[in-house]
Ligand binder design. Structure first.
Ligand code: NAD
Length: 422
C-alpha cells in the first residue's frame, strides 16, 4: 500500500543496518519525521531549518537529509481515520531513523498512549535521555554545570506494561481471589491491581546498551538505579541481572565499587568503568548533592520516568530535554514534552527539545560535527538572550522571540560560529 503521506523521497538513500544494532548512513539518507499534534507543527517548522543548516554547514554541502513524512496522530486520523495506521510501523522500520514531535493521547480512542504504543510495538526498549546544562540556560541550582548524565530507561516493562485491572472489576476480583486462596496473600477485595513484570532478558539488553555506550563515549561510571531494598524480585533482580551482564560480558572493562573501596587509592583504574548501584530515593539526593559522581544511569521504567524529569529540571531544561527511544531495528528521537494544545498554532513555544533531540539523532547517525554545531549554536542563542517566552521570563534582560524566530536565531549563530572559526 502507498504511504498515506506519499512515497519516500526519490533523491535519498535508505539507512542500512550493520552488526550489533549499528547503522550505515549514506550522504543523503532518507530520515522519517512525524510532525506531531498540538504544538508539533510549530516546533517542527522551527527545527527543520536548523537541522538542514547544521548538516549543510558542517559537511560543507556534502551531506543532506531527504525528509520523509510518516503518518501518525491527528494528521493521520484526518487523512485515513486511524491515529496509528499499520503502515506507520512499517514505514518507521523502513526508515530506521525517525524524529517526531509530541502526539496527543486521543480521548476514548482505544489507546493508552500513542507514544507507549509506538515504543511497545516497535520494541524500542531503550529510552535515552542525556541531561546536561546548556550554558546560559537559567537553572534552579547553583552549579547546573556539574550535571552531565545520560539516563538509560527500560521502555517496555515494569508497571508501564499495562497489566492492570480496575477496582471492583471481575478481573481484579478473580486475581485477588487467586492471590488470597492460592498464594496466601491478603489484599483488600476492592483494590485495583497491577502487575510489575521485570525480566532478565529486558534488563540485560538495556544494561548492555548502557555499558556499551559508556565504553564508546569514554564515560567512566555506570550506575544501576533500583528500589531493590523493597521490591526484591523485580527491582532487586534488575540490579542483580545488571551486575551479571557487567561480570559476564564486560569483565575486562569494568571494576565494581566494592573492589574499588578495597584499593587504597579509591581512583578508578585507567581504562576501566566503575559499576555501582544506588537505591532510587538515595539517587534523587545524590543527583543534587554529588552530581559529578554520576555519568551513565540504567534503570527500570518508572524510576526512569521520575528521574529524567527531576534531572532535566535541575539543569533548567524541562522544556529543552532531548530524548530517544531505541530498539535493535529502529530509533525514534522525540521532544520529551507533550503537545501543549493551549499553545498550538501560536508559534510561541520553545522548539529546543525537538532541536536537541535532532542533535542526538545526528550523533546516532555518526554525524558528530553536525550535532555539536547545533548544541553550540543553541547555547549561543540562549547566551545572547534571544529566547522563547518560557526562558525569557527567567532570564533578566532577555528578548522574547517566537518559536520560529528562535530557530532562525540558532541558524544565525551557526553562521557566526563558522565566521569565528575562519
Ligand atoms: P505538555 O507537556 O503538553 O504541556 C504542559 C505545559 O508545559 C504546557 O501547558 C506548557 O506550559 C509547557 N510546555 C510544554 N511544551 C513546551 C515547550 N516546548 N515550550 C514551552 N513550554 C512548554 O503536557 P500535557 O498538557 O500533560 O499533555 C498534553 C498532551 O500531550 C496529552 O495528550 C499527553 O498525553 C501528550 N503527551 C505526549 C508526549 C509525547 O508525545 N512524547 C509526552 C507527554 C504528553
Amino acid at each position: 500500500m502507498a504511504p498515506i503521506f506519499g512515497d519516500p523521497p526519490s533523491d535519498g538513500t535508505w539507512i542500512t543496518p550493520i552488526d550489533r544494532g549499528g547503522i550505515t548512513v549514506p550522504d543523503v539518507p532518507i530520515v522519517g519525521f512525524i510532525e506531531g499534534d498540538g504544538v508539533g507543527p510549530d516546533i517542527w517548522r522551527a527545527a527543520k531549518p536548523v537541522f538542514d543548516a547544521a548538516v549543510e554547514t558542517a559537511s560543507r554541502g556534502r551531506r543532506r537529509i531527504a525528509w520523509w513524512e510518516i503518518a501518525a496522530g491527528e494528521k493521520a486520523f484526518a487523512a485515513g481515520g486511524n491515529y496509528l495506521p499499520e503502515e506507520t510501523f512499517e514505514d518507521i522500520k523502513k526508515a530506521r531513523v525517525v524524529i517526531k514531535g509530541p502526539l496527543t493521547t486521543p480521548v476514548g480512542g482505544g489507546f493508552r498512549s500513542l507514544n507507549v504504543t509506538l515504543r511497545q510495538k516497535l520494541d524500542l526498549y531503550c529510552c535515552i535521555r542525556p541531561v546536561k546544562h546548556v550554558p546560559g540556560a537559567p537553572a534552579p541550582v547553583t552549579r547546573p554545570q556539574d550535571v552531565d548524565m545520560v539516563i538509560f530507561r527500560e521502555n517496555t516493562e515494569d508497571v508501564y506494561a499495562g497489566v492492570e485491572w480496575k477496582s471492583g472489576s471481575p478481573e481484579a476480583a478473580m486475581l485477588i481471589d487467586f492471590l488470597r486462596e492460592r498464594m496466601g496473600v491478603s489484599i483488600d477485595s476492592l483494590s485495583g491491581v497491577g502487575v510489575k513484570p521485570i525480566s532478565p532478558a529486558a534488563t540485560k539488553r538495556l544494561v548492555r546498551r548502557a555499558i556499551q555506550f559508556a565504553l564508546e563515549q569514554g564515560r567512566r561510571r555506570v550506575t544501576l538505579i533500583h528500589k531493590g531494598n523493597i521490591m526484591k524480585f523485580t527491582e532487586g533482580a534488575f540490579r542483580d541481572w545488571g551486575y551479571e551482564v557487567a561480570r559476564d560480558e564486560f569483565a575486562e572493562h569494568v571494576i565494581f565499587e566494592g573492589d574499588l573501596a578495597a584499593d587504597s587509592s579509591g581512583e578508578i583504574p585507567p581504562g576501566k568503568i566503575l559499576m555501582n548501584d544506588r537505591i532510587a530515593d538515595a539517587m534523587f539526593q545524590q543527583a543534587l548533592l554529588r552530581p559529578r559522581e554520576y555519568e551513565v544511569l540504567a534503570m527500570p521504567n518508572l524510576n526512569g520516568d521520575y528521574l529524567s524529569d527531576a534531572l532535566a529540571a535541575q539543569v533548567g531544561g524541562l522544556g529543552m530535554a532531548p530524548g530517544a527511544n531505541i530498539g535493535d531495528s529502529c530509533a525514534i528521537f522525540e521532544a520529551t514534552h507533550g503537545s501543549a494544545p493551549r499553545y498550538a498554532g501560536l508559534d510561541k513555544v520553545n522548539p529546543g527539545s525537538l532541536i536537541l533531540s535532532g542533535a542526538l539523532m545526528l550523533e546516532h547517525m555518526g554525524w558528530k560535527h553536525e550535532a555539536q554545531l547545533i548544541t553550540a549554536a543553541l547555547s549561543r542563542a540562549i547566551q545572547a538572550k534571544t529566547v522563547t517566552y518560557d526562558l525569557a521570563r527567567l532570564l533578566p534582560g532577555a528578548r522574547e522571540v517566537s518559536c520560529s524566530a528562535f530557530g532562525r536565531a540558532i541558524v544565525e549563530q551557526m553562521k557566526a560560529l563558522q565566521t569565528d572559526a575562519r
